[in-house]
Design a protein around this ligand. Sequence first.
Ligand SMILES: [Zn+2]
Ligand SMILES: [Zn+2]
Length: 306
Amino acid sequence: MTDAPYQVLLYYFYCDIQDPEHYRDEHRALCESLELLGRIIVGKEGINGTVSGTKENCAKYMDALRNDPLTAEVEFKIDPEQGHVFPKLSVKAREEIVTLGLGEDDFSPTETTGKYLSPKEWLDAMQDPNSVIIDARNDYEWELGKFKDAILPPVDSFRDLPQWIRDNREKFEGKRILTYCTGGIRCEKFSGHLVREGFDDVSQLHGGIVTYGKDPEVKGEDYEGQCYVFDERIAVPVNSVNPSIIAHCIHCNEPCERYINCKSKHECNAQHFSCEPCAEKFSNCCSTECQEVFFKLEATQSEQAN
Ligand SMILES: [Zn+2]
Ligand SMILES: [Zn+2]
């Protein structure tokens, strides 16, 4: 796979961007000149992005960021690919680069954050009987894969995590808290939030699941299922030591990691797991109800076409 002509880059960097709109415009021009596709968010607190492009142009892009004193310390997670994994390029300026929704209580992870654990330290820490592992991602992400024995907050947005922590506080008092996310950016903020909430032993997986899966020593050990990513690949493998499948087809309940969107678009569009035979049987819909809506829609469309 190393001779793949394309790469997917995942990165973030917390730094002081004085004028996010200006930075966004220049950055968009840079990406366009390198024919990169993907999603980048720029804010006063830093930059967060994932892009795909040719190997050569990805190298130029990484050089550009590393040669800028502002982002010189940025770390990239690199995946080889056969082509682009995004349909377009989007570069946006936002208030926050990750939204924990703390309002007035907002803070910078450059001031407060949890301890960083390397993949090997993380694997060891997971064995500690006093540790609790909290998945800092959304439900549709951990349904595809997660660390063994992780606690899975039933939230569909990062901004709902602080409330969930307040409601479940007693579960974590006096524990060694370990938290993780896809590439590490959300945990920088979330672990900092936990420290500010008074938990005194908080650690985060440095570089997230993606780095953990690439680490030559741990090779993704004790991660179950695959890692959800926000591009056309949707699922990427992590564990080459003791892999397993945790997701199930919504219709027949067989182990299945095939995520599709409900075809009953206007009514539902729910991302769900469906094996190929069931997808065919249910016309790519998540339920018989949605399938009926889909059939009705199709009938109206063909009537209009006639
Ligand atoms: Zn099925
Ligand atoms: Zn549906």
